[in-house]
Design a protein around this ligand. Structure first.
Ligand SMILES: Cc1ncc(COP(=O)(O)O)c(C=O)c1O
Length: 329
């Protein structure tokens, strides 16, 4: 944030997606969609505009194109007219940054439409906003590519990374930015410093993780196989379960969109589904639901699951949904 404050000094507005999640620390919580992230820290009234939720499956529209055209109309109204209010202060664009996840994580595993996102980037670039991509969840091959933004046709100005860079061993985050955003003048030594950052354990974990990714011989095809396995499991579940409305998988991330807000209950069932009769020694499976999207069951398995582990995952997931169907329908 400091790097970018230097260049966007007189601008105030941030543009994010409805359903976006950018953290729960003091400043980033202001950009996250849900009030729960500001509950303890408070609302600082940082000016934030939230663009329409980029998930047509959860809209009332019958097809994606009509929905995205509708969303685009909304964005055009926001950015081109005084009614929209984004263009303020003597008519100059007042937008500091358009910040987004290439695939919404906590918002319910939503991949924005390619054309829609690329168009938005063009609109906000034209308005001289910085394009910030939050790769904290997507970065390092979660969606099959090194970065989530590589599914689209643009280069961001700032990329924020964390999570998988140390494979969860130790917390670490890092920021890449186009020149001169992080140049000596904009970001002199000491700008970003605190007692426990840059610790050697985190840095050596990151070094190892990056090495592993680089030397993983069949990395891309292995992650593609994982995506295929998720899709195969999802197809079976969708055929059998009335709870499931649609499914989606990309690289090592998947979602099951439910017909109601009972993801939490499905998670509970899944955790102990094989308690009495373990499947190859496994008593259950841990799934994710963010609470923010309580109609979505999310899967983020390790990217290097073996075939055997994938098969166990499938069996546990299929039986969890079979039980959930019996209990809730
Ligand atoms: C997209 C995204 N941004 C940022 C974060 C960092 O969040 P936190 O402040 O809770 O560590 C996360 C964590 O899940 C995330 O998924």
């Amino acid at each position: 944030m400091s790097a970018f404050r230097q260049t966007q000094r007189r601008k105030s507005l941030f543009v994010v997606f409805e359903g976006g999640y950018h953290g729960r620390s003091v400043y980033t919580s202001q950009f996250s969609a849900s009030h729960r992230y500001r509950a303890l820290i408070g609302d600082w009234r940082v000016p934030v505009i939230r663009l329409p939720y980029p998930d047509w499956e959860q809209s009332k529209f019958k097809d994606s194109r009509t929905y995205y055209n509708y969303c685009l109309d909304t964005v055009n109204r926001l950015t081109t007219s005084e009614v929209g209010g984004i263009v303020t202060r003597n008519g100059d664009p007042d937008i500091a940054a358009f910040m987004f996840e290439p695939l919404l994580n906590a918002g319910g595993i939503v991949k924005p439409d390619k054309k829609y996102l690329e168009k938005l980037v063009k609109i906000f670039r034209k308005l001289k906003a910085l394009i910030i991509v939050d790769e904290v969840f997507c970065g390092f091959f979660r969606t099959g590519k090194m970065f989530g933004f590589q599914h689209y046709d643009f280069i961001p100005d700032i990329v924020v990374m964390s999570k998988a860079i140390t494979n969860g061993i130790s917390p670490l985050s890092c920021v890449w930015a186009k020149n001169p955003l992080l140049s000596y003048n904009n970001f002199p030594p000491g700008t970003h410093s605190a007692t426990f950052i840059n610790n050697p354990l985190a840095l050596s974990a990151a070094d190892t993780v990056l090495d592993r990714f680089e030397h993983w011989k069949d990395r891309d095809s292995d992650i593609k196989k994982l995506e295929n396995s998720l899709n195969q499991i999802f197809t079976i579940i969708k055929e059998r379960s009335k709870l499931v409305k649609s499914t989606f998988a990309l690289g090592g991330v998947g979602r099951l969109l439910l017909r109601g807000n009972f993801a939490g209950k499905v998670l509970d069932i899944a955790r102990t589904i094989a308690y009495k009769k373990p499947v190859e020694g496994y008593h259950g499976i841990i799934l994710a639901s963010t609470g923010m999207a309580s109609n979505v069951v999310a899967l983020n398995p390790p990217l290097n699951l073996t075939e055997k582990e994938k098969s166990i995952m499938g069996k546990l997931l299929i039986s969890a949904f079979a039980k959930a169907d019996k209990m809730f329908l």
